[in-house]
Design a protein around this ligand. Structure first.
Ligand SMILES: Nc1nc2c(ncn2[C@@H]2O[C@H](COP(=O)(O)OP(=O)(O)O)[C@@H](O)[C@H]2O)c(=O)[nH]1
Ligand SMILES: [Mg+2]
Length: 470
């Protein structure tokens, strides 16, 4: 009781100082952008920033439509120890003379964009323009999944993972090695490394096959930690009374070190500071892969969402001290693969995926929204007659061979359950539809002055994320 009271007083004081300082200081909105690998984070941030700098295509952002944004500019990176998001490189890749998708990124990076805005309404006549800083933080969604490790012991985690792997052919090599391993035996570093390598190989294959439950996240994106002991462990079946210098005990120690030295710092230094969050999903990609990938994506989303419900996790509750993410946007990316008539169906699928994954009311008041977007539109819409019917489709340049091609992804159902239910029930393929996906190359752009790169609904996304603060 007393600690709850103290907590709520602290919170009120924090809120008060928040309000007071905002009136005088320049407010900072920290927007996190996450998603699983290849979800579209890099392209999303690049397009968002480019379109906030050149706002010709941002009619859906209220402050822009009202003519209140006077200027936008990039600032030096505010956090000395975080890599700067390589905006210029990525924009150069997307909009240069031979456009290509940016190379993939592996860790946290950040960028500060500042807007000079005229206040709205009554305040407009009273005060001059204000500066609002937007810090955009790019981090892998896989790192959020690691939150699930915090409440698990090495023994529990090992048992769970080994059970899950039993039915996966991708895990055969690792399981063979793990089964042939005597955890009670003494630690041999070469063997520990072989186990970790086999486990990492499994994780990599599993991810490529469409599984999303591929933790520990840093095994797939090791960055500067590659080869270090915190990444040199693997699940091993529990052994009773393993001695201190045994392989099993050492693996347990490293698992705990991973939590303390990798997971905790990420949540403390990055996650806990986020005000608004974008979660990107390549839902079309998952639908194309089939029911199992859709079900795995749904499960991964529900695990990711746990990070936004700090009340349910003791570790997070201590870390965030009542501070919370105010808005969460779930965005289905690459919507330029579909004619706009199908966008509502795609949004519906994402909405259902997230709603089923967790009950909205439990986000402690966060404003949650789903949307279909394309950060960089690589196609144009078209219609074509097919077996006596007019198909609404898109057309673009294929990534493989540069040919122009018309493309129809398939008929997404209006009722998302037509996909989510069979996925849940363990169907191996879709019954009466095939869903296609194609890789399009970004097209050569001829941008008018003041226009950012072409997109779908990035202005709406920006309005939802920051509109209320401009
Ligand atoms: N057609 C299309 N493809 C996209 C779009 N955004 C991303 N992609 C594709 O998805 C890939 C992964 O995007 P990226 O931003 O690197 O994903 P990240 O791993 O989440 O940072 C890109 O290389 C593109 O092939 C988009 O708006 N439209
Ligand atoms: Mg990236």
């Amino acid at each position: 009781m007393i600690s709850e009271l103290a907590d709520s007083i602290t919170r009120q004081v924090e809120n008060l100082t928040g309000t007071v300082s905002e009136a005088f200081l320049e407010p900072v909105i920290r927007v996190g952008v996450t998603g699983l690998a290849r979800a579209g984070k890099t392209v999303f941030i690049t397009s968002l920033v480019a379109n906030l700098l050149d706002r010709g295509r941002m009619g859906g952002l209220g402050a822009q439509a009202q003519g209140r944004i006077e200027a936008a500019y990039l600032q030096p990176q505010p956090d000395d120890t975080v890599a700067r998001f390589a905006f210029e490189d990525h924009l150069g890749a997307l909009t240069g003379p031979s456009p290509h998708w940016p190379s993939s990124t592996r860790a946290v990076s950040e960028l500060r964009l500042s807007l000079r805005v005229q206040p709205r309404g009554l305040l407009a006549g009273l005060s001059g323009p204000r500066i609002v800083h937007i810090d955009i933080v790019d981090y892998p969604g896989e790192w959020l999944l690691d939150l699930g490790l915090m409440s698990k012991s090495y023994a529990d985690w090992s048992s769970e993972v080994i059970e899950r792997l039993a039915t996966r052919q991708e895990a055969a090599d690792f399981l063979a090695l793990a089964n042939a391993t005597d955890g009670a035996g003494s630690l041999e570093e070469a063997h520990a490394q072989a186990l970790a390598a086999a486990f990492t190989a499994y994780l990599t294959q599993a991810r490529n096959a469409g599984y999303y439950d591929c933790t520990p996240g840093r095994f797939l994106l090791p960055g500067e930690l590659a080869g270090s002991p915190v990444l040199t462990f693997a699940p091993l079946a529990p052994v009773g009374g393993a001695a201190r210098r045994s392989l099993w005990r050492e693996m347990e120690r490293r698992f705990e070190a991973y939590k303390a030295k990798v997971v905790v710092p990420f949540f403390r230094e990055h996650f806990a500071k986020i005000d608004r969050q974008v979660v990107l999903l390549d839902a079309l990609g998952a639908i194309h892969k089939g029911p199992q990938a859709v079900e795995d994506m749904r499960r991964a989303m529900s695990d990711i969402l746990l990070a936004f419900k700090p009340g349910q996790n003791a570790f997070l509750r201590r870390l965030v001290h009542g501070r919370r993410v105010e808005k969460i946007l779930f965005a289905a990316t690459k919507a330029d693969h579909l004619h706009h008539e199908q966008h509502a169906a795609l949004t519906g699928i994402v909405e259902a995926m997230v709603r089923k994954a967790s009950d909205r009311a439990r986000f402690a008041g966060a404003d949650v929204r789903a949307m279909s977007v394309a950060a960089l539109r690589a196609t144009v819409e078209d219609e074509m007659e097919h077996e006596g019917e007019m198909l609404k489709l898109v057309r673009g340049k294929l990534l493989d061979d540069g040919r122009q091609a018309a493309f129809y992804a398939g008929d997404l159902p209006r009722d998302p359950n037509q996909l989510l239910q069979p996925a849940r029930d363990g169907a191996v393929r879709w019954l009466d539809q095939d869903y296609q996906i194609m890789s399009f190359a970004p097209s050569v752009l001829d941008l008018a002055r003041g226009d950012g790169p072409p997109h779908i609904r990035m202005d709406r996304a920006a309005e939802f994320l920051i509109g209320d603060r401009l």
